[in-house]
Write a protein that binds this ligand. Structure first.
Ligand code: PEP
Ligand code: MG
Length: 569
């Protein structure tokens, strides 16, 4: 048995057959030199292939819209824009004319130059290089029969664990949902478009796994999408352990269906607020028919990605209004654009920064993109007329940060008044507590706002001084730590003293096993990934209750290993 370690992009556990999926166009690209009089013909072939690739992308966009939402289909529209890039086209033609190479060769070289330019850029751009590669592959496929394919026929017949070097958007959409038990890949990222699409399949997705030398077609594997482990050819004891885990999960799922319309409570009847985190308007639809307590965090960054220009006031107004309507009177908390190094729209240029995690993020971006924030707040104030819309300020460190946003709200109201547009005069304001400073100063800060969201993902990275996205220190960034719990306790205490809602919206709230602890430190409001809401609610109703002994043990825990022992062993 081999145990491979990776990074969880979507949770769940499966046992199944591995099937390698290849988009091995690199190795299969024909490379040859042509006669000078054939250059025109090659350029014609190139133009034909581009036309065909665009048609395919058009049908993929339609498929994506059906499967997911409009945002997903926009990914393909963005891909078409890459194909429309005149500089890229000229470079391909130039290579054919001057180097006398065949069209596929020209595509491969020109795109490689393009990818290299992206990869040299900052984190978000380097993730975009995955999209550029995807477009290149799609174009190369259009010359002949080089489409992505399963390397063993089993993948065409039955659901498999799809294993590949990298996850691409076309790959996700090419493989029917019913054939996928899980995705396991070597390369990936939380914010690549492909990962965003794959997460929508609601199957475990683990990337960063060394697949190439370790997994073969037909291998039996277990994917533990909670712990980020992949077991290749597991021994009987491991198989038994995971079979039990899966049957536990299934039993719990079955119970969940019956509690769909029950309010969230613990086994002992303690009422808990359970809200949803969403990133795209389409995700709100996952919540239809479910009793929940509103949207606790709408991450608006994703509305700004995959676009050439920021969404207009009208576009944002319509999106927020749509989400409010879907929420049917429940509160919807819209977080103002939280620009961060890993979620940076391409049109927002920032000067190079030595340490971007500690640089221009959230509130600090106001100085650079004031007009973009103003448009966003105007759209929010207008949409707020249609329901309980609340605004949330990201990356607050102290009172001056809150003041900056409060001034922004005043300016947005003044400008809406001048324009004669209808808007909500008073809107509930909240802050993200995601810096240790905000947690420590909360007793004073909280007086100036209506509610507080704990962003444990960032609070943890800044408390431990360990970046969330750096694979080299991945082990140091632990989902929970005793130092984080102590800060959460402080925040909960301030909330109680000032009678303001404190909602935990970081990833830690999406893990069932932490609830006895989270409840015991006094948390009563949580916002979790929309796809996890039903199972967390179910766990609360049937199994979880506050357990003070865990927090006592955790107070003594001084290392990640101590924490692991409490929760995972
Ligand atoms: C957090 O930091 O916990 C949070 C919810 O915000 P994000 O993950 O978007 O940074
Ligand atoms: Mg955050």
């Amino acid at each position: 048995m081999k145990i491979l370690k990776g990074v969880v992009a979507s949770s769940g556990v499966v046992i199944g057959t591995a099937c390698l999926y290849a988009e091995k166009v690199e190795e299969e690209i024909p490379h040859y030199v042509i006669e000078k009089d054939r250059t025109k013909g090659e350029i014609l072939r190139l133009e034909e292939a581009i036309k065909k690739a665009k048609e395919t992308m058009g049908s993929m966009a339609r498929a994506a819209e059906k499967l997911f939402d409009k945002r997903a289909s926009e990914i393909f529209s963005a891909h078409v824009l890459i194909l429309d890039d005149p500089v890229l086209l000229e470079r391909m033609k130039d290579l054919i004319n001057t180097k006398l190479v065949n069209a596929e060769h020209a595509v491969s070289d020109a795109f490689e130059e393009y990818v290299k330019t992206y990869e040299k850029s900052e984190l978000h751009f380097s993730e975009l290089s995955h999209d550029v590669r995807d477009v290149r592959n799609r174009l190369l496929v259009s010359f002949g029969n080089l489409a992505g394919h399963f390397e063993c026929p089993v993948g065409e017949r039955q659901p498999v664990i799809v294993v590949s070097k990298r996850l691409t958007t076309s790959m996700v959409l090419n493989i029917p949902k019913e054939h996928v038990l899980s995705f396991v890949t070597e390369e990936g990222g939380f914010t690549t478009h492909a990962t965003i699409l794959a997460r929508g399949y609601n199957v475990p997705v683990v990337f960063g796994v060394s697949v190439e030398v370790n997994i073969k077609c037909g291998d039996k594997i277990i994917v533990d999408g909670f712990d980020g482990k992949v077991f290749v050819s597991p021994d009987q004891a491991t198989l038994d352990r995971y079979s039990n885990k899966i049957s536990d999960i299934q039993k719990r799922k079955a119970v969940c269906v019956s509690v769909k319309d029950a309010p969230s409570k613990t086994q002992k009847g303690l009422r808990i607020k359970l809200k949803a985190n969403i990133s795209t308007p389409g995700e709100i639809e996952l919540l239809r028919g479910l009793q929940y307590d509103g949207v606790g965090l709408l991450r608006t960054e994703f509305l700004f990605l995959n676009k050439e220009t920021p969404p207009s006031e009208e576009e944002q107004f319509n999106m927020y209004k749509h989400i409010l309507e879907e929420a049917k009177g429940l509160p919807v908390t819209v977080r103002l654009l939280d620009i961060s190094p890993d979620k940076l729209p391409p049109y927002l240029n920032l000067p190079p920064q030595e340490n971007p995690d500690l640089g221009i993020r959230g509130v600090r971006a106001l100085d650079f993109f004031y007009d973009i924030y103003l448009v966003q707040v105007k759209a929010i104030l207008r949409a707020a007329v249609f329901g309980d819309l609340r605004v949330l300020y990201p990356m607050i460190s102290d009172m001056s940060d809150i003041d900056l946003f409060k001034k922004l709200i005043v300016s947005a109201k003044t400008s809406l008044k001048k324009e004669g547009k209808k808007f909500k005069k008073s809107i509930k304001e909240g802050i993200m507590v995601e810096t240790p400073s905000a947690a420590l100063l909360l007793d004073s800060l909280i007086k100036n706002v209506d509610f507080v969201n704990i962003g444990s993902n960032d609070l943890l990275q800044y408390t431990l001084a360990a970046s969330r996205g750096n694979p080299l220190i991945e082990k140091r960034y632990h989902i929970l730590h005793s130092s984080l719990v102590k800060l959460i306790e402080l925040v909960v205490k301030s909330g109680k003293t000032h009678k303001k809602e404190v909602c935990l919206c970081g990833e830690v709230a999406s893990f069932e096993e932490f609830y006895p602890l989270l409840l015991s430190v006094g948390l009563r409001s949580f916002s979790v990934a929309a796809s996890k809401l039903s199972s967390i609610k179910c766990e609360l109703l049937n199994h979880k209750r506050p357990d003070k002994t865990i927090s006592k043990r955790l107070h003594k825990a001084v290392s990640k290993e101590d924490v692991d022992r409490i929760f995972f062993r």
